[in-house]
Design a protein around this ligand. Structure first.
Ligand SMILES: [Ca+2]
Ligand SMILES: [Ca+2]
Length: 390
């Protein structure tokens, strides 16, 4: 008989705000409203627009509001978060005006108000009551026509929000409330909600959450490892066992970071045998303390090393004549997509808990941040809006 392993104490479900929409459960989380006459939203079809709303985000990129004539999207109006700056743009059919805040301070987990004021081709953007940008679109068209759908918090997968820069096209990692047009609240019921939820009452910390059952993020398509690589990330866990990072090539080289019963293990394969560095614990629940923990791993030719927080680091013995993990392949965080089998992985569970600040660095190179909240692909039970676990 073996005694079952204790599990990490689960954090309480975070409290929610009723009637405030939260997005970021998927790259395409959104709320869809049909724009029909007569309605508050129908007032967007006009030569003059007064659009206001409030948002709160803990991560820096995503679509807040988007409406365009379809399919050409020549007439449109949208607002998004772009590297923690608030940006809105519109066109009445010819030139586009894009207004953006100079400050990149708006993913700070606080509520902010946006007011986009447009008259014909002139526009002014106010954030938190202060004018931050204004300008004039080129050309003479003055009327925004033929809008049929308005998306809040993101767009469906099959819809290309082509007026938003690629880095901001994903779902908004936060909450949106109090949308008004000409100072009137939206009076149209939502037509469709896709992976939206009630907003959390307390602002989450920056990062992403792997909820019950876990999931995966693909954060790079062609992640290169080579001879030397340093990777760091921070975790706040809700289980003591799970896959954290993996990347591998078809020939059998790989890197893997995983947790098994509280032990944190980094493995790499150059082609000459598996290199292993392990931070071992006596108590599998040691890191289940509701705090953030920093993991740093290094691969130096045929040696790997791991350090957790300020603890002593552990290094593998040099092994084999091969020095390069010739990986130029996807890097996954958490688990893996269905059908993918990573090499060198021993645990069968996906990671659950939060992850933030994933940084990769080559010797002499600049640190490269891998944006967890803006992945190339994702799947499973994830939340891109931050870490709500206290
Ligand atoms: Ca027009
Ligand atoms: Ca190799």
């Amino acid at each position: 008989m073996t005694t079952p392993l204790p599990t990490c104490p689960m954090p309480d479900d975070p409290a929610e705000l009723e009637d405030v929409l939260g997005f970021g459960l998927d790259l395409n989380s959104h709320a869809l409203y049909r724009i029909r006459r007569p309605s508050t939203l129908f007032k967007l079809i006009s030569s003059k627009t007064e659009l206001k709303f409030s948002f709160r985000a803990s991560n820096p990129n995503g679509i807040m509001l988007y409406t365009a004539n379809e399919p050409s999207q020549t007439d449109f109006l949208e607002c998004h978060l772009e590297g923690s700056k608030v940006a809105c743009s519109f066109s009445a059919g010819r030139g586009t005006l894009k207004l953006i805040t100079p400050a990149a301070t708006y993913s700070d987990g606080k509520w902010h108000t946006v007011w986009l004021s447009r008259e014909k081709v002139d526009g002014t953007l106010y954030v938190d009551g202060i004018e931050v940008d204004s300008g004039k679109a080129s050309g003479s068209p003055t009327y925004i026509n033929s809008l049929e759908r308005l998306f809040l918090g993101g767009v469906p997968e099959e819809f290309d929000a082509k007026r938003v820069p690629a880095s901001s096209k994903n779902s908004f990692p936060g909450c949106i409330k109090n949308v008004t047009v000409d100072d009137q609240k939206i009076n149209t019921p939502v037509t469709n909600l896709y992976k939206a939820q009630n907003c959390y009452r307390d602002s989450p910390e920056s990062g992403v959450s792997f909820k019950n059952g876990g999931g995966y993020l693909k954060v790079a398509d062609k992640y290169s490892v080579g001879q030397r690589q340093e990777i760091s990330l921070e975790i706040k866990l809700t289980s003591h066992t799970g896959l954290l990072l993996s990347s591998w090539n078809a020939k059998g080289d790989y890197i893997v970071l995983e947790m098994s019963k509280g032990n944190i293990i980094f493995r790499a394969e150059n082609g000459g045998g598996q290199l292993v560095a392990q931070h071992s614990v006596n108590d599998p629940l040691q890191f289940c303390d509701g705090e953030w923990h920093k993991i740093q791993v290094w691969k130096r030719n045929n040696i790997v090393q791991i350090q957790v927080d300020e603890n002593p680091s552990y290094e593998s013995v040099p092994l084999g004549a091969q020095t390069s993990a010739d990986i130029y392949d996807p890097l996954y965080v958490g688990g893996l997509p269905v059908g993918e089998a990573a090499k060198g992985v021993t645990v069968t569970e996906g990671y659950t808990g939060c992850v933030r600040n994933l940084i990769s660095k080559k010797p002499g190179g600049d640190p490269q941040t891998l944006y967890l909240a803006n992945p190339l692909m994702m799947g499973g039970n994830l939340y891109l809006g931050g870490c709500p676990y206290k």
